[in-house]
Ligand binder design. Structure first.
Ligand code: NAP
Length: 445
């Protein structure tokens, strides 16, 4: 393609797995100063668009607004500029991100990137949509890929991968939610969910005057955890560490028993939770996904059964005020939201990523007042019809507004009254002979 004499070479493929994108990054790195665009389409290709400047890509594409994407997996221009700061990204930029499946609902990028911007750190935080955790970590093994938030379903995979380099609390819980690549290349695992949730609950008790001792206000309290997954383990372990008496209720009772045994707690069948009120003033912590969007009217326990609790915590943070918390407020219990846990576990991760304390105020503001969407403006001028010279080896030359020739490796062939392009046709789009794609534009950084 370089040999065709194009001023700019453009290579676009579709990622089937996030590790495919590494090949696009290598291709960009091989460009040796020749203007080159390299992108991978599709959901798992997203990082090729977000990290293009780091690998020397000539430009990346952004949609003017959501719904106006001209290719699958395209972020908006506003996110590229304001959240991912592509204009200041360079080869030195340190990459962190959240690894999970699904992952694009995560608010981590908004939070961490605002923190990096606030402290003027040359870091970026991106979503990694991953199918195989160990394979992903082995492919993105450069020291620049420094810190990873680990979410569903990889917290136990992360524990295994870090081997004996797992910090005490994470080992006790049996789940790693933070992986750091150290200077010697070794991976070290931590768990910040535990401290994030427990410190939020402790502060909830302190601020409402329910704390009666200076050690931990949870000491000797009866702490009921609903759920025995990753978050449930962190809550049960953390409460036990603070000398609370712990009970675990879970839909799958065997899991409840296993967790209860591992931390020295009591197991309760979920159906019996409504009648479980051995005393008043108990603490309730929901760690199931019940009540999460879109099923926002659901709650893991009836309002009547809440009267035995003085504080109710919900790990669910979308929405911020769940049905469970609404019920807790109505019966006069102290409510602590999952959003508070989310902030606190993220602040701890930020410190692991960067070595400096998180700018908490700025990061909280990032979620409470996210960037306002600007109204995009599409070009109003209809481009003149043009003929794409289609060469034998299926590359086409397009002329952009500045008269630069872009060599784009797409297969173009006559179809009905116009032209079909291999990559476009693949997604069911047809481009007329006289049409050029609209709804996105090349973003030169
Ligand atoms: P997980 O490991 O998959 O565990 C899910 C738990 O929810 C299991 O105990 C499961 O019970 C239970 N569950 C799921 N659907 C249920 C239903 N319909 N009825 C009854 N029980 C149900 O997930 P996780 O990592 O622990 O996360 C759980 C929740 O916590 C999610 O909503 C997540 O967003 C939230 N979370 C929040 C934060 C934060 O920072 N605020 C951090 C981590 C997690 P079974 O064992 O019977 O399947």
């Amino acid at each position: 393609m370089w040999a065709t004499g194009g001023d700019i070479v453009k290579y676009v493929t579709t990622a089937k797995d996030i590790t495919d994108v590494a090949r696009v990054f290598h291709f960009l790195s091989e460009a040796k100063g020749r203007p080159t665009i390299g992108l991978a389409m599709g959901p798992t290709g997203m990082i090729s668009r977000l990290l293009s400047p780091k690998f020397g890509g000539y430009l990346t594409f952004g949609a003017l607004s959501k719904g106006q994407e001209s290719a699958p997996g395209q972020p908006t221009v506003q996110d590229l500029i304001e959240v991912y700061r592509v204009k200041s990204m360079d080869r030195e930029t340190v990459v962190c991100g959240v690894v999970g499946k699904p992952v694009y609902h995560s608010k981590g990028p908004i939070l961490h990137n605002r923190g990096f911007a606030e402290l003027n750190l040359n870091y970026v935080y991106v979503p990694f949509l991953v199918d195989d955790f160990a394979h992903f970590m082995s492919v993105y093994s450069e020291s620049d890929f420094r810190g990873f938030s680990v979410t569903i379903p990889y917290k136990e995979d992360a524990l295994r991968l870090c081997g004996d380099k797992v910090e005490f609390v994470a080992k006790g819980i049996g789940a790693v939610n933070t992986v750091i690549r150290e200077k010697d290349g070794e991976l070290k695992g931590y768990n910040t969910d535990c401290e994030g949730a427990l410190s939020a609950i402790e502060d909830g008790l302190r601020h409402s005057g329910l704390a009666t001792n200076s050690e931990s206000p949870l000491k000797d309290k009866l702490f009921v955890v609903i759920g025995a997954g990753g978050a449930g383990k962190a809550l049960a372990y953390g409460a036990k560490e603070r000398h609370a008496r712990v009970a675990v209720a879970n839909r799958n009772y065997e899991r409840a028993k296993t967790l209860a045994e591992s931390v020295g707690a009591e197991a309760i069948e979920l159906e019996k939770l409504a009648d479980f009120r051995p005393e008043t003033g108990m603490i309730l912590a929901n760690s199931t996904s019940i009540g999460m969007e879109p099923e926002v009217t659901k709650s893991p326990i009836s309002k009547d059964a809440l009267s035995a609790y003085s504080l109710v915590f919900d790990a669910v943070y979308t929405p911020k005020e769940t049905q469970l918390l609404k019920d807790a407020i109505e019966i006069g219990a102290v409510d602590v939201s999952g959003e508070e846990m989310f902030y606190r576990q993220a602040f701890a991760q930020f410190k692991y990523f960067t070595g400096v304390p998180a700018p908490e105020r700025a990061m909280r503001d990032a979620l409470s007042s996210p960037p306002v969407a600007h109204k995009g403006t599409l070009p109003t001028r209809t481009p003149p019809p043009r003929t794409f010279p289609v060469s034998a080896q299926c590359s086409i030359g397009m002329f952009n507004g500045r008269g630069l020739r872009v060599s784009q490796f797409v297969c173009a062939y006559p179809f009905k009254n116009g032209w079909s392009f291999s990559h476009s046709a693949h997604f069911g789009m047809l481009m007329e002979r006289s049409q050029v794609p609209s709804g996105s534009f090349a973003l030169r950084y």
